[in-house]
Design a protein around this ligand. Structure first.
Ligand SMILES: Cc1cc2nc3c(=O)[nH]c(=O)nc-3n(C[C@H](O)[C@H](O)[C@H](O)COP(=O)(O)OP(=O)(O)OC[C@H]3O[C@@H](n4cnc5c(N)ncnc54)[C@H](O)[C@@H]3O)c2cc1C
Ligand code: SF4
Length: 333
C-alpha cells in the first residue's frame, strides 16, 4: 500500500493567512485544494512538500458570483468550488455549458466531490514514466521531471514533454476565461491562455507562491463552445485528447473561432489555423473538414500517455469534426 509521508498541515482562513503560511513554509510548501492530484503524487513521491497549505477553509475561494451587473453577465467562481458544485451551478450551466461538460467528464463522482476547479486548472502534467510508484521510477533511474536526468520519452530532449491532462483547461483557454492570481506582490489577472507554458516541468506561468483565487467566465454575448473528450474508460479516465471549440456567431456565420487541444502538449494547444479555416463560414462540412485537417497537422502526441500515438493523432481529426458538428447543430436547432 502506498502511504503519505509525514508533513505539516496548515489550514488558513483567509487569503492573507495562506500567503503568510506559504512564505513561512518556503519552497517546500505547497497549496492543496481537494488533494485528488497532490496527495496521490505525494504517495508516489512525485511531489514532496514538507508543508501542505489547505485552501478549502477560505470562504472567498468557495464563492460563486456574477460579474458585470445584471442581465448577460459573466460568472466568477472561487478556485475552491468543487467540480460537483460547478456542474450543479445554474449560472455556470446557463453561461458556459462547455465548462460544465468538461467538469462532468473529470474522473468519477467521488473525485468530483473533492476535486476543485482551481486544482483542475493547476493539475500536474502527466506521463507514463512519471505517474508511477517511487520503486517503479527508481528502477528506471527516474526521469528529468523528478529525481532523474533523462527524458525517457525523448532521450535527447533538453525538456520534459509530460502532457497537460486537465479537462477544463482547454475549455478555459477556448472561451477566454480570466484567472485572478494573488501573490506576495499583489493581484494580477491573466487570460487562461497565458497561464500555461509548454514545458512538462514548469507548466504554469504562475509563481509558486501565487494562489489562484478566482476564475472569471465571460458573459454569453453571442458565443458558444463545446468540449469533446477521448479516453480509454468513459467512466473514469484522464483525457488522452480533449477538444474545446469556441465560436462567436454573426447571424448564421462564424465571426471568430478558437480550437484548443488538450492532452497533446504540455499546455492546452491552440490551433489558429483551424480557427482561420472557420471564420466567415456557416460551419458547413467543407469548413469543418478544413479545420479538422488544420488541427490534425500540429497535433503531435508523443508516446507518453495511453493508446497508440499515431491513432491518437488520427483521432484529432475525428474529435475536432465531432465538436464542430455539435456547434453547428446547436446553432441550427
Ligand atoms: C483516478 C483519478 C482520475 C482522474 N481523472 C481526471 C480526469 O479525467 N480529468 C481531469 O482533468 N483530472 C482528473 N484527475 C485529477 C484531479 O482529480 C482533478 O483534476 C481535480 O479537479 C484536481 O483538483 P484538486 O482540488 O483535487 O487538486 P489538488 O490535488 O488539491 O491540487 C492540484 C495542484 O494544484 C495546486 N493548486 C490547487 N488549488 C490551487 C489554487 N487555488 N492556487 C494555486 N495552486 C493550487 C496544488 O498545489 C497542486 O499542485 C483524476 C485524478 C485521479 C486520482
Ligand atoms: S516527458 Fe520525459 S522527463 Fe517528462 S515525465 Fe515523461 S519521461 Fe519524464
Amino acid at each position: 500500500m502506498l502511504r503519505l509521508p509525514s508533513f505539516t498541515y496548515r489550514q488558513p482562513r483567509s487569503v492573507r493567512e495562506a500567503l503568510d503560511a506559504k512564505r513561512d513554509a518556503g519552497p517546500r510548501g505547497m497549496y492543496v485544494a481537494g488533494g485528488t492530484d497532490l496527495y496521490p503524487n505525494m504517495k508516489r513521491r512525485q511531489q514532496e512538500p514538507q508543508t501542505v497549505i489547505s485552501l478549502m477553509g477560505i470562504p472567498e475561494l468557495r464563492a460563486v458570483g456574477r460579474s458585470g451587473g445584471q442581465g448577460d453577465s459573466g460568472v466568477t467562481l472561487g478556485a475552491c468550488v468543487t467540480l460537483t458544485e460547478l456542474t450543479a451551478c445554474p449560472p455556470v450551466r446557463q453561461t458556459a455549458p462547455a465548462v460544465v461538460a468538461a467538469a462532468a467528464a473529470v474522473s468519477t463522482p467521488l473525485l468530483r466531490n473533492m476535486g476543485t476547479l482551481g486544482g483542475n486548472l493547476c493539475l500536474d502534467t502527466r506521463c507514463n514514466y512519471y505517474d508511477q510508484s517511487y520503486e517503479w521510477r527508481k528502477a528506471i533511474d527516474f526521469c528529468m521531471k523528478k529525481d532523474g536526468a533523462i527524458c525517457w520519452v525523448a532521450p535527447s530532449s533538453p525538456r520534459c514533454w509530460a502532457v497537460s491532462s486537465s479537462d477544463i483547461a482547454p475549455v478555459a483557454v477556448a472561451i477566454g476565461a480570466e484567472l485572478l492570481l494573488v501573490g506576495p506582490g499583489g493581484e494580477r489577472v491573466v487570460p487562461a491562455a497565458r497561464f500555461y507554458e509548454n514545458d512538462g516541468i514548469n507548466y504554469l506561468s504562475k509563481q509558486p507562491d501565487e494562489m489562484l483565487v478566482e476564475v472569471r467566465l465571460p458573459a454569453p454575448d453571442g458565443w458558444d463552445a463545446v468540449y469533446a473528450k477521448l479516453r480509454r474508460r468513459g467512466s473514469f479516465d484522464f483525457p488522452v485528447l480533449g477538444v474545446a471549440a469556441w465560436v462567436r456567431w454573426d447571424g448564421r456565420r462564424v465571426a471568430e473561432a478558437r480550437v484548443v487541444l488538450g492532452g497533446v502538449a504540455s499546455r492546452p494547444q491552440e490551433v489558429p489555423e483551424a480557427a482561420a479555416a472557420l471564420a466567415g463560414t456557416t460551419l458547413a462540412a467543407d469548413a469543418i473538414a478544413a479545420a479538422a485537417e488544420a488541427a490534425y497537422r500540429p497535433a503531435k502526441p508523443l508516446d507518453n500517455t495511453d493508446f497508440d500515438l499515431s491513432w491518437r493523432k488520427q483521432m484529432t481529426r475525428v474529435y475536432v469534426t465531432r465538436a464542430l458538428e455539435e456547434l453547428g447543430r446547436r446553432r441550427a436547432g
